[in-house]
Design a binder for this molecule. Sequence first.
Ligand code: HEM
Length: 552
Amino acid sequence: MLIWIFIYAVTFVIISVLWKKRWLLYHAWKIPGPFSVPLVGSAFLLSATKDNFFDLICGKMESWRPVTKFWVGSQLYIATTRPTDVEKILTNCLNKSPFYENFNDIMKDTLLTSKVSIWKEHRKMINPSFNSKILNSHHDTFVKYSREMVKILDDKEGVEQTDFLQVIWEKTVDVALATLTNVKPHVVKKRQRITSITARYEQILIQRFHTFWLLIEFFWKLSNLHKEHKMLCETSHEIAKNIIAEEYMSHETEDRNDDTIESKRFLRNLTKLNRTMQISREEILEETIFMIIAASETSALTVNTVLTILGIYSDIQERVYQELVSVLPNIENSPTQEEINRLDYLERVIKETLRLVPTAPLILRYADEDIKCDPYVFPAGSNLVVPLILLHRAPEVWPEPEKFDPDRFLPDEVAKRHRCSYIPFSFGARNCIGLRFGMMEVKIMVATILRNFKVQTVGGREEISKEKIPRGLDPTNPQAKLSIPTLRGKYWFKKNNVYASCMAGDLVLDIKDLLQMPHPSSPRKYLLSLDNVLLLSIQSRFDEKWCNDMMS
Ligand code: HEM
């Protein structure tokens, strides 16, 4: 008897869940996708391996492209790489997928994560801090910190290995503080920890996705990882509180008619709005944490990737260098904004880098209503995925998609393509607020580094183990791993059949042998590009010129 009651109860639950989801099931049925089983969906395909989570998801989506569906538990995900679908999604669906709730502990009601009602209010408040006049005023700050970075790299003379990404990232944190707030970066307590906290936070998040039982809230709360995660959240809140306190101190006496650039900066603007109760202190805290991370991490990763690519393609680097020498003949002078604008080829190189290795590999939205994308309907209640890394390599749009060719971004070529075929900063009303900020910063940093140094992958393109060159960066090896940036933006690498994430400390230990590899032709410096575990050596252009002069 009891057994029958149990069977009836289970059947009832299954039927009511199916009935509630009938709309999703009906439309999902027509969309191709990998095998899935009731309750679990296709999740087992993702968790059954220690492979890079994002590589794996993208690999699955790639084999079913251009449109595919997959179930994770009762959640329906639909991914598309058709630019017309992408435009519809990013224009009509402004709510984020519940996936973003994973960030709630550290930043709940921020631009990135909040529900559309809160997002609209916040975006309206924050937009003015990113207008052209304010952005142009940041030029000198970008130049100042780029030159500081060159000085740091120069001072590494004799130091064999340096975590290159770390050097860049610490500088982009300084740039973020110096442009988004009125706080002097060096007064912010524990600011050096921002990079390691972010890196570890993201690593934990990925580890959680890999471990099935950690996805269950009860077990997660009991785990050591959760304790560490909580501690990281607390420290980042503490740092943000310190930044906000310093900001308040920098304008103790408020002049309501203040029309200076300083009064319009992101944080000053929000603290002013707090006085009129338009935004709470808690919301300012969360927006500050997110904005500093969003501004610094993405730019640092992009600079790192551009340099790594140019380390592989020395011919393209040489062309960039010739442009730099002709536009900025005197290495000692700070570049003006007008000069930076004239660096057309460099700009194309950055754009092509963001095509092949988009810093944000996936965008996720939530469908509040049905979205018709012939012959399918993406039903209300589904999660919509825009895999930038696949969109940017769609063969219908990009001939020889894996080839690195900056001239794809010549104006005539751009005009031929759909406007949503290339969207490294997303598209529509909820796109990246820092689009122009990021492009300006990356361009100035890369220009300053390359005007001063030559970068080179140690061993040359042919000698580097194929596995380490991400697909698309090595035309001779189309079968290499897809290798996309993980959430953290770092590549995972395989050693002794164990995948280890490239976090600074661990990595240096793990690839010690590689790091100690001497390089005959470039004895000066070895810089470790953590991003794809290629060693970059950098050599001062100043020395090169000096040597050439001496020789002649
Ligand atoms: C090369 C550098 C950058 C890239 C590739 C990039 C890319 C992106 C992408 C793809 C999104 C959409 C994310 C999503 O919908 O899930 C985004 C959002 C965002 N980014 Fe960036 N970003 C960059 C630099 C910056 C900078 C410098 C800032 C700030 C100064 C910034 C601030 C933001 C903010 C606030 C959002 C959320 C916008 C909203 O939802 O209203 N980003 N970024």
